[in-house]
Design a protein around this ligand. Structure first.
Ligand code: SER
Length: 582
């Protein structure tokens, strides 16, 4: 049996019910693009709603994390991974959770106890030090020298800024042939974290206030690729049985060895696997310039770029070969892969055709525009390739390096910014009263709109987002999904919250970053298609963070008093607020 099957079998024997992996695209949560942890689909149950399968659950959950996108290509990062998890929803707590983890690791996976060490929460002014967990570990045979007490940044877990949360205990494994030190030093990276047991007994709201949940839960998570690497004794995840045949296939296709070509091969393997899972998801995502579709497009295109850099003929069926291998490997666990096999293959094919056209045109222009006698591709050429021919800057860099040339990348980004500013000014007036409004009052309403959005999320629920917005110098109008007419209390609460933030005179800050970074940082991005690859994110104190073209006021005290004038239906399931600043 492989680890996945051993894990489920073990927890079933301990009275857990296996739940199916939820889709990677969350079904009822527009605030995140993908599930990033096994607990995410379980949030309502951690908060107290009874789960139809009972109080003890286990699964392997498909997760996509984009925070590490730039790290892909090294030995340990992946955009897609499977998380093994077990949960107690108000049933067992610390003692049993630790006993189960210890038994699974030492008896089922046969990991010697000498190779294990743990961290536990050291406590702070709000939550006491976790002696219960530490005592349990010692009782099981972990020496006190192998227990490290760490603070909130290490041993406290929450998804995002608010939600169910709690202290955790993390289990580490000594992955080295060096002698195992008696004393555990969590900073020594020969100790790798393999499992996280979170004791979710609190709820943290957006202001950082912590209250006790109605039930004490356990949420554990173990990354499959990491535990596989540990058990198989390799330090490169891509050399485990999970990936080995995928890498071998890529070596065959490219007719190159893995050694020396690791980075591109890992990127191809990782990105095609993630693309296969996103394209097969029941949400029916297709490559596009928005949200999940945008990520899918970027992954496929980046894989193609790296295939090209390995001299693979990108118009051959190399991508299909890799995708089919992945589908075969995983279809036993995830039926949607075989059900949607044709969809996946056609997504890959269509996107490749589109990208090939851009590439061909761009490459022709590259040769025409670039003077090989110069050692540098200047900023005007790099920008023209991007702006007129849709040729990504990364490709210009690769092409240039093939010709032993450099690219003025800094100059490119300067031009990029100038261009953005210009098109923004050009669109002012065109969208009078819309997002690019330019009178002083319109700018204020624009900032007030962000505050209103943030306040509605807190008062009505996280499902609120900006479905529509219209601004004039007299008022703002904001449409958002909501299934009921707001009560008088809700309206008062929203107004009070916005006015509180105004009176706190919060600073409005502006940052530029790539779309991926913006998404990964949790910035709200309902209209991502309107924005270029490098985007502007506006934050207001720590109450709001939105991807947005601006402009905004510099601090909230400039807004005056906020008042809701009208709340009405806009269409089915959508409410409309009109509000003014006095
Ligand atoms: N939610 C925790 C994590 O993702 C444990 O599952 O690490």
């Amino acid at each position: 049996m492989n680890v996945k099957d051993l894990y489920i079998d073990f927890f079933e024997k301990k009275g857990h019910k296996q739940i199916p992996s939820a889709p990677i695209v969350p079904e009822n949560n527009p605030t995140v693009l993908f599930n990033t942890a096994g607990m995410q689909p379980l949030i309502p149950y951690l908060l107290g709603q009874p789960h139809p399968y009972g109080k003890r659950l286990c699964d392997y959950q498909k997760c996509v994390r984009l925070t590490d996108l730039d790290e892909i290509g090294d030995k340990t990062h992946h955009t897609f991974f499977e998380m093994l998890g077990n949960w107690s929803l108000g049933d067992y707590f610390k003692d049993e959770s630790i006993e189960y983890s210890f038994e699974f690791l030492t008896k089922i996976l046969n990991i010697p106890v000498e190779r294990l060490a743990v961290t536990v929460f050291e406590g702070d002014d709000k939550i006491p030090r976790d002696e219960v967990s530490a005592n349990k570990w010692m009782e099981l045979g972990i020496s006190d020298k192998r227990i490290a007490y760490l603070g909130r940044s290490d041993n406290f877990w929450i998804a995002g800024d608010s939600g169910p949360c709690g202290g955790d205990t993390e289990i580490f494994y000594w992955r080295s042939n060096d002698d195992i030190p008696e004393v555990f030093d969590p900073e020594d990276d020969r100790w790798v974290e393999i499992w996280n047991n979170v004791f979710m007994e609190f709820y943290q709201d957006e202001n950082g206030n912590i209250t006790e949940l109605s039930q004490k839960n356990v949420d554990t998570g173990m990354g499959l690729e990491r535990i596989a690497a540990v058990l198989e004794g390799v330090d490169d995840n891509y050399m485990t049985s999970i990936w080995k045949d995928v890498i071998d296939t890529i070596c065959d296709i490219a007719d190159l060895p893995y050694e020396g070509n690791e980075k591109s091969m890992r990127i191809i393997a990782d990105h095609i696997r993630t693309a296969v899972f996103i394209a097969a998801d029941p949400a029916g995502i297709k490559p596009s310039n928005t949200d999940q579709g945008y990520i899918l497009r970027r992954l496929i295109r980046r894989a193609i770029r790296h295939a090209r850099s390995l001299q693979i003929d990108i118009n051959s069926n190399w991508d299909e070969q890799v995708a089919l291998l992945i589908i075969n490997k995983y279809e036993k666990y995830y039926r949607e892969l075989s059900d949607n096999k044709e969809v996946v293959l056609s997504v890959l094919k269509n996107e490749k055709t589109k990208f090939s056209r851009t590439l061909e045109k761009g490459l022709r222009e590259f040769d025409k525009l670039v003077n090989v006698d110069n050692k540098v591709v200047n900023k005007d050429v790099a920008f023209k390739l991007y702006d007129t021919y849709g040729f990504p800057i990364e490709l210009t860099i690769e092409e240039a390096s093939d010709k032993n040339m450099e690219v003025d990348v800094e100059g490119f980004y300067e031009k990029f910014k100038e261009h953005q500013e210009k098109s923004r000014s050009a669109s002012k007036g065109k969208f009078k009263g819309g997002l690019a409004g330019n009178s002083e009052m319109e700018i204020k309403y624009h900032t007030a709109t962000h505050l209103l959005n943030a306040a509605l999320k807190r008062v009505i629920g996280p499902e609120v987002y900006q479905k529509g917005s219209n601004i004039t110098s007299e008022r703002l109008r904001f449409d958002f999904p909501c299934d009921h007419k707001l009560t008088a209390e809700e309206k008062t609460e929203v107004e009070a919250l916005v006015n509180k933030w105004i009176s706190e005179d919060l600073k409005v800050t502006k940052n530029q970053m790539s779309k991926e970074e913006a998404i990964a940082s949790g910035a709200e991005c309902s209209f991502i298609e309107k924005y270029p690859d490098i985007v502007t994110v506006y934050s207001i104190g720590d109450v709001s963070k939105e991807l947005c073209g601006g402009p905004h006021v510099e601090h909230t005290a400039l807004l005056g008093e906020f008042k809701i004038k009208k709340e009405e239906s806009s269409s089915a399931g959508v409410r409309r607020i009109k509000a003014i600043l006095k």
